[in-house]
Design a protein around this ligand. Structure first.
Ligand SMILES: [Zn+2]
Length: 255
């Protein structure tokens, strides 16, 4: 499983026309689609940041946050109190940034009223990209990807369901059948969508100390509920497969 800010390059993809920038593979594909649509609308997007390794998150945090009281943006990192230096932009506690999951970009759009911001607002959300979190902290440049809201997700192979044995199914089983069922379980565990659910679980981003406003916290709770449902659906399907496998093994033993 990926760790925030420590994402293997195999899990990331460089972004077309954005030298040095990369994102989680599905987010990269999706962002490139947003870029193409905005370009067609006459707006060329430039990224200033995307995937952010842990060391960079730490450097940025230390540049902007100090351990003496400034009165703004209190955060706790490794048990130590920090406050934001006046005049600097907000930064996530290292290890919690969505940049560290490869699902956030900083895009030079200027302001909330610029042509580029409008183009992104028109073309981003359909591909799962929103400025919701950025807007909470007055950052028009910070856009985040949520694969659950991507209406054009990149194609991932969907494993075919294995038919459940019916009570009247007394066909003899052979080792090839068992191999097939075992292979099926492995397919589910390796399925990109199952891995994605695990990586996307928002409980990796704690509310406390995140500087989240009420709307963002509400969204966080909604996303968490959805992720739990998604995971429970996948696990439920997997449990069904394992039960079927156990029944087949028992039937084989009874012969
Ligand atoms: Zn950002």
């Amino acid at each position: 499983m990926a760790v925030n800010g420590v994402m293997d390059s195999a899990l990331r993809s460089p972004i077309a026309d954005q030298p040095g920038q990369s994102l989680r593979i599905d987010a990269a594909i999706s962002w490139e689609a947003v870029q193409r649509e905005c370009a067609a609308a006459g707006v060329v997007l430039h990224l200033t940041d995307s995937y952010r390794p842990l060391a960079v998150q730490e450097r940025i945090f230390r540049e902007r946050y100090v351990t003496h009281f400034t009165g703004i943006d209190h955060r706790i990192w490794r048990g130590v109190n920090y406050w934001r230096r006046p005049g600097t932009a907000s930064a996530a506690v290292p290890g919690t940034s969505n940049h560290g999951w490869g699902i956030a970009v900083d895009c030079g759009v200027g302001s909330f009223t610029s042509k580029a911001y409008r183009a992104l607002s028109d073309h981003g959300p359909g591909h799962g990209w929103t400025n919701t979190a950025g807007r909470q902290i007055q950052e028009p440049w910070h856009w985040e990807y949520n694969s659950a809201h991507d209406q054009h997700p990149s194609p991932v192979p969907t494993p075919k369901p294995t038919p459940k044995p019916t009570p009247e199914d007394d066909m003899p089983l052979n080792p090839a059948d068992l191999d097939a069922v075992g292979e099926r379980v492995k397919q589910i565990l390796r399925a990109p969508e199952f891995q994605t659910y695990l990586r996307d679980v928002p409980w990796a981003h704690p509310i406390s100390g995140s500087g989240m406003g009420p709307a963002a916290a509400e969204q966080w709770l909604a996303d968490t509920r959805q992720s739990v449902l998604d995971i429970s659906n996948v696990v439920h399907g997997l449990a069904g497969q394992v039960t079927a496998l156990a029944a087949q093994i028992a039937a084989l033993g009874a012969k």
